[in-house]
Design a protein around this ligand. Sequence first.
Ligand SMILES: C[S@@+](CC[C@H](N)C(=O)[O-])C[C@H]1O[C@@H](n2cnc3c(N)ncnc32)[C@H](O)[C@@H]1O
Length: 224
Amino acid sequence: MWHGGGMSHERQSKSESYATQLFGTLPAWWNDVRDAGEQLRPGIQLAAYEAGLVAWLLRLHRAKRILEIGGFVGASALAMVEQVPNAQVVTLEREAAAATLARTHINAHAEGRITLMEGDALALLHSAEITQTAPFDAVFIDAEKRHYPQYLKAALPLLAPGALILADNTLLFGAMSGEQLRANVSAESKTAMAQFHTILADRTRFDTMLLSTLEGLTVALVKH
Ligand SMILES: C[S@@+](CC[C@H](N)C(=O)[O-])C[C@H]1O[C@@H](n2cnc3c(N)ncnc32)[C@H](O)[C@@H]1O
């Protein structure tokens, strides 16, 4: 979710609204789930357009087993199971208040298709608990920006050959394309994001593109 200014951002925001009105298919209850997240901590969840785009990419990939790093109150994981046929999601979330809300939402809307693991993703990604649920066809990274390279390195052994990697906020509110750092973006996050993209720019291992959404969505395929 973007709160930045400027004409081009305004135009992009309107374009995303237009696309969502035309092609967005998330049900009304999804907005209620997302609204509950906004009450807890505003501005950190995928907007409806982004959730639709992520789900569409997962659908194109025919992902059946999806790993999510940074689940918050469950909105993005619920968009995935709602819109990706027969998909199962394992979502990692360390904040207790968010995880509690996520459990309620998952019980109400996901019919056993989302497993929430509560704890620090960097520990969980190395745990036996998650190894038993691997391999995954896709990973969606949406947690702390300064840890993206570590999430990626820890997730890679859990991915199937040819898996899809999706990562949100990878333009860091303009910081990666030369704009001044905003108050909510640290120099450490910028360095980490550059490292993340350096890893994914290795064409012997990955086939990568960065979609220039308001927030930036990096999309990569793990080469066989
Ligand atoms: C951007 S929000 C996720 C939003 C969610 N994907 C959505 O769009 O509905 C990031 C979440 O990652 C969680 N998080 C951050 N660092 C984490 C870590 N190391 N392990 C697990 N969760 C983490 C935060 O508590 C927060 O809920």
